[in-house]
Ligand binder design. Structure first.
Ligand code: MN
Ligand code: MN
Length: 295
């Protein structure tokens, strides 16, 4: 399959995972099982009272970032900060604490880069990085890392967040090239754990109820991604762990979309996804991917 299709699948996978997971965000696996047995439908609801197919900050911040990259012609910290600030002014359905705090700081100081903090280790930069992955496809690793930090540091200037973001972007790149899952496991996931052992996800307890901490998020996503063999199973596995389920769903959906491709996106889920969101994801995926190729 051509890589542009995988780019589209990654973007739609992100939105599908967000819409699917949002229903059970902040629930425990036990509560989910009592209510749904297995949560496997895009049905809206949840603590945000969403319409079926509606997405949350994970997807809408990605789209805001993608627009800023296409307009600026590159991944630019100031352009991203303005885009996120405009997104926040439009009253999104949800927003993370770290995102809000550091965007308010940007309004005051005009400095688009958040101060370094080991405490800003939430998953807020990782959940929205797909546009950077697409726009930097084929570029040397050092420029990819710089671009990753340029978007991440607007709100999350933190070593663990950076390491996770860079790993995810490189995994998307290799998936676009048609790499198999074993390669992703050994070249990227295990390397992240070698560098930062707190990310260890194999031979540890299943990460249930993953919080917004980037380590919890990555453990849950990697366990689901590497222990299932298709897009649908991966997403059902990860969102039924509850916790920050829209975000684990979004990140797992991005990876699984890029790896398994467009044919594996379940038709029932695609049909439920908000039509405007679906269109924006498809358009941006194409345009960002083209931009990456032309650089
Ligand atoms: Mn969200
Ligand atoms: Mn979330």
């Amino acid at each position: 399959m051509v890589t542009a299709d995988r780019a589209i699948a990654a973007y739609l996978g992100l939105a599908i995972g967000d819409a699917l997971g949002a229903t059970v965000e902040f629930m425990t696996p036990h509560e989910i099982a009592l209510q749904y047995v297995v949560h496997d439908k895009i049905r809206g609801g949840g603590w945000l009272h969403l319409k079926a197919g509606q997405v949350t900050d994970d997807t809408t911040m990605s789209l805001a970032l993608g627009e800023s990259i296409l307009t600026a012609g590159k991944v630019d910290t100031l352009a991203a900060a303005h885009a996120f600030d405009a997104w926040m002014r439009a009253k999104p359905v949800d927003i993370g604490n770290t995102v809000r705090r550091n965007l308010l700081q940007f309004r005051k100081t005009g400095n688009p880069e958040a101060p370094y903090s080991d405490h800003d280790a939430g998953n807020g930069a990782a959940m929205r990085l797909l546009p950077v992955a697409l726009a930097t496809f084929g570029q040397p690793t050092e420029s990819v890392r710089a671009a990753s930090r340029a978007q991440a540091h607007v709100t999350h200037n933190c070593l663990l967040s950076d390491a996770a973001c860079e790993t995810l972007i490189l995994m998307v790149h290799d998936s676009l090239l048609g790499a198999d899952k074993n390669h992703l496991l050994h070249q990227h996931a295990h390397r992240l754990v070698e560098q930062f052992p707190q990310f260890k996800f194999r031979a540890v307890r299943q990460s249930q109820n993953p919080s917004g901490y980037i380590v919890d998020t990555i453990q849950a996503v990697f366990q689901s991604f590497f222990d299932t063999d298709d897009f649908r199973s991966c997403l059902i596995d990860v969102v039924n762990r509850g916790g920050d389920a829209d975000t684990t769903g979004a990140i797992a959906g991005m990876l699984a979309g890029a790896l398994y491709g467009i044919e594996q996106l379940p038709e029932t889920w695609l049909k439920k996804l908000d039509g405007d969101v679906r269109h924006s994801c498809e358009q941006q995926a194409k345009n960002l991917f083209q931009m990456g190729e032309s650089l």
